[in-house]
Design a protein around this ligand. Structure first.
Ligand code: PLP
Length: 376
């Protein structure tokens, strides 16, 4: 058996909707399917305004432009995250101030944020690792106290909640990813959620190359021209057509992933307790969107042995982020603080195969292999 780590799932309607988009005759951005995807997010999760982007990275770059990040501004975020979280702000000249992770969860330790705030701090980026909510009340409280912006990197957090609030809808801005490794995917894609109406108009302009094209086509202005900075952040309607086919299957996709997640959890509960490994922890305010199933091994040796054992059985288990404060690019720019929890997750966290078409028998094979009940 050859088990990949991820296998993008197809709902079956992707090709049909793509041909519909082609038949519509307009496959540039902001077309019919783009509007359908945006409305889906606005209606299902009650988001005020959504703009489809070519990636979550792009949505984060739009945030950096909207927040008017300038050279020297400080932006607080976890070190244990994907490059894009930092990259989008670094491109505008921001200095990244990294927060360590929690001991019970790879997400950033909300209690460490306030002490990192300086007069130069402009924003906090909350990353909902594995789709598990950060403690948003704590983060919003610090942000209000010091007048900071909050961006949610909800790349992994589609259809996940903080108490009864959907993630991506709590900070001033939120960003989702539809990269093929995410729950809902279109190869490459993203969504910017604008929760603070002060950003609505400008977001649309930045999205469409610094022009007021969207307003013009809505008949709100009789002139269409260059009014601000911006870029081409909007994807072709072909991509949106693919994405819409996935969104229609959201319930089914989430249900299947959750079932896989729970099979892993129950199959590994004993092993992890006996071997000093940590299973995913969900705070009482967080829901589970089953984006990922990870374990935190006791140490690097245990993880290396586990990945090796899986590989010998043609199963791909993989580690995750290398702390950004130790990355070749940012190491010399980091302020030098030790971030031991972030490093621990870099060394000890392992992710198991997680995708819609993973079968129960595959999960049993994996958990038995880890439990040591199966000869390789
Ligand atoms: C996947 C991911 C991104 C990047 O998403 P793209 O759509 O590939 O640009 C950013 N942040 C986090 C936390 C992610 O998991």
């Amino acid at each position: 058996m050859n088990l990949p780590f991820n296998k993008p799932h197809l709902s079956g309607m992707e090709a049909k909707y793509i041909s519909q988009a082609v038949a519509n005759g307009h496959i540039s951005g902001n077309g019919q399917f783009t509007k359908k995807c945006q409305s889906f997010f606005e209606e299902r999760w009650g988001f005020k305004k959504c703009l489809l982007t070519t990636s979550c990275t792009d949505a984060l770059e739009m945030c950096a432009l909207l927040l008017d990040i300038q050279p020297g501004d400080e932006v607080i975020m976890p070190s244990f995250t994907f490059v894009s979280t930092a990259l989008a702000f670094v491109r505008q000249g921001a200095k990244i101030v990294f927060v360590d992770s929690r001991t019970d969860h790879p997400g950033m330790d909300e209690d460490l944020i306030e002490e990192l705030v300086t007069p130069k701090t402009k924003a906090i980026i909350a990353v909902h690792y594995a789709g598990v909510a950060c403690d948003m009340d704590k983060i919003m409280t610090v942000a209000e106290k010091y007048h900071l912006w909050v961006v949610e990197d909800a790349a992994q957090a589609v259809d996940s909640y903080y108490n009864d609030k959907p993630l991506g809808g709590i900070g001033h801005l939120g960003c989702f990813s539809f990269h093929e490794t995410k729950n809902i995917q279109c190869g490459e894609g993203g969504m910017l959620v604008i929760n603070d109406e002060r950003f609505s108009r400008r977001a649309e302009i930045i999205w469409e190359k610094g022009t007021n094209r969207a307003e013009f086509f809505r008949g709100e202005t009789n002139k269409y021209g260059w009014v601000d900075i911006g870029s081409s952040f909007l994807p072709s309607d072909i991509i949106a057509a693919f994405l819409f086919a996935q969104l229609e299957e959201l319930e089914d996709i989430q249900k299947r992933r959750c079932s896989i997640w729970h099979s892993y959890f129950s199959g590994l509960e004993n092993w992890s307790a006996e071997n000093g490994a940590q299973l995913p922890f969900l705070p009482e305010y967080a829901t589970n969107n089953a984006h990922m199933f990870y374990m935190v091994c006791k140490n690097l040796e245990q993880r290396t042995a586990l990945i090796k054992k899986m590989k010998e059985n043609d199963i791909l288990a993989v580690f995750h982020y290398l702390s950004l404060h130790k990355s070749p690019f940012y190491q010399s720019k980091h302020d030098g603080r030790e971030l031991p929890e972030s490093d621990r997750y870099s060394d000890c966290l392992v992710r198991l195969p997680m995708f819609y078409d993973l079968e129960e028998k595959n999960i049993r094979q994996i958990t038995e292999l880890i439990n040591g009940n199966t000869k390789s």
